[in-house]
Design a protein around this ligand. Structure first.
Ligand SMILES: Cc1cc2nc3c(=O)[nH]c(=O)nc-3n(C[C@H](O)[C@H](O)[C@H](O)COP(=O)(O)O)c2cc1C
Length: 442
């Protein structure tokens, strides 16, 4: 068995699936949209598959684009995480909370509470929200990137300082001595930055893993700079092994120059698999999620391939003439894959059914095909873990747990039982309590 093991997370989206059209699937109950018991059942399925954690995204603005489209999410994710924590024993939950619009005291308090309640299974995905609609929901406007990341730096430091403001051995609980805690070990943090400030302390003792694991999502040098300093997990949207390796190396190198062990940061590209017994069945399944947007997608495909494509081209393959002038658009990393699939002779509609225009790589086919994708990226040092994002959660999660995970286990690449009780133990990331004392905090 190889020493290094793959880590796996599942993105539950709005509980229906990552596709805005998941709710139209005949196997989906659209009322799951607000059903916390459905969330709990999915979490239990993911735990049956030994996933490291469930990823809960957060979008602070309206996301529904049309009446046929479901919103990206519904219930507030830290509330959802509480229910998941109570319905499961080992799986972690990584919660997205905006470092742009939330105050550090609130973030620290909610997430450490969750970490205590869950027995040390919580992570914080600190994102730098860039949506003007989200800003409007807080009566603000979007700041430039430098400002958003400078604020995020301060917010993370403050949150971590607040987490450490109740020292690990401060709780006494001695009824005879009438000493609840040692107040000399529960001290204000008194931090004042350019953007945020807090006095502290936070009256919450350590969780079983001390404090939540840190995550960040993004692919820019700004994200690498932030994640390299603070994060245990970096999520990325990346389409090729070469680019994933480059990003993974970039964040590991920042971690190293910040005085950290680069193996302490786990790089998680996204993957949107569709699993079925045969390639054609998987293609049909994926195709139902693509069809509602097929007209926009065919124009988009034309731009990716440098061809004037429209709805009239959908039901035939690209002609020899079209293929001879088609070229992968250098500005879009999905183009090369789109061209490769088009050259296989599929109709244009079927090319699109291969999900060549999606947010993450989308392996389609038997469980082996999906396991091969994961293994190939992992063995090429392009990933430490994967954020698995099913288009339709009900079907996608089950088929991954029952089809793909046993193959990864047989290949010795994935655990057959949890290594530990906490998220930190299962992810194999360093213990940390309070703020890291690193050479260059900003
Ligand atoms: C896998 C993945 C998941 C993400 N999830 C969220 C999310 O739930 N909420 C959010 O506001 N942004 C999310 N983002 C967006 C990033 O945090 C970030 O805003 C984006 O990459 C743009 O970065 P910028 O701030 O450098 O412009 C996600 C990004 C990736 C790659």
């Amino acid at each position: 068995m190889p020493q290094k093991q793959i880590h796996l997370a599942v993105g539950t989206g709005n509980i229906l699936g990552a596709s805005p059209y998941a709710w139209l699937d005949p196997g989906v109950d659209p009322t799951d949209y607000t059903d916390i018991h459905a969330v709990m059942r999915y979490a239990q399925t993911a735990e049956r598959g030994n996933f490291d954690f469930i990823f809960l995204g957060d979008f602070l603005a309206q996301t529904q684009r049309s009446e046929a489209h479901s919103p990206n999410q519904t219930l507030e994710p830290t509330v959802v995480a509480t229910a998941i924590a109570l319905a499961t024993q080992r799986i972690g939950v990584v919660n997205t909370v905006s470092a742009t619009f939330k105050e550090p005291y609130n973030i620290a308090r909610v997430l450490k509470s969750l970490d205590v309640i869950s027995g040390g299974r919580i992570g914080w995905n600190a994102v730098t929200t860039s949506s003007p609609q989200a800003a409007a929901n807080f009566g603000r406007t979007i700041e430039d990137r430098d400002t958003r990341y400078a604020r995020a730096n301060e917010v993370i430091q403050l949150v971590q300082a607040l987490w450490g403001s109740w020292q690990e051995d401060a709780w006494i609980g001695d009824q005879d001595a009438r000493r609840f805690s040692d107040l000399s070990k529960i001290a204000p943090v008194n931090l004042q930055g350019d953007y945020v400030a807090s006095r502290g302390p936070l009256e919450i003792p350590p969780s079983k893993q001390g404090q939540p694991v840190m995550a960040h999502a993004g692919a820019s040098p700004y994200s690498h700079a932030l994640a390299g300093r603070y994060a245990d997990i970096l999520f990325s949207e990346v389409f090729t092994i070469d680019e994933a390796r480059r990003q993974r190396e970039a964040v590991r190198s920042v971690a190293e120059s910040a005085g950290r062990n680069p193996d302490g940061i786990k790089f998680f590209p996204g993957v949107m698999p569709t699993v079925a017994t045969t390639h054609v069945q998987a293609l049909t399944r994926r195709g139902t999620l693509v069809e509602p947007d097929i007209v926009q997608q065919v124009h988009h495909l034309g731009r990716l391939l440098g061809l004037p494509l429209g709805p009239g081209d959908l039901d035939g393959p690209l002609s020899t003439d079209q293929l001879s002038i088609a070229r992968a658009h250098p500005g879009d990393p999905r183009s090369a894959k789109a061209l490769e699939v088009a050259r296989e002779g599929w109709t244009v509609r079927e090319v699109l059914h291969h999900a060549v225009i999606d947010y993450h790589p989308s392996p389609i086919g038997s469980p082996e095909v999906v396991a091969d994708h994961i293994q190939e990226w992992f063995e090429a040092s392009a990933a430490d873990g994967f954020l698995v994002i099913p288009g339709v959660l009900a079907e996608g999660l089950n088929s991954f747990v029952d089809g793909v995970i046993p193959i990864l286990q047989q290949r010795g690449l994935f655990r057959t039982e949890y290594e530990g009780e906490t998220l930190r133990e299962n992810l194999d990331v360093d213990r940390q309590y309070g703020l890291h004392r690193r050479p260059r905090p900003r």
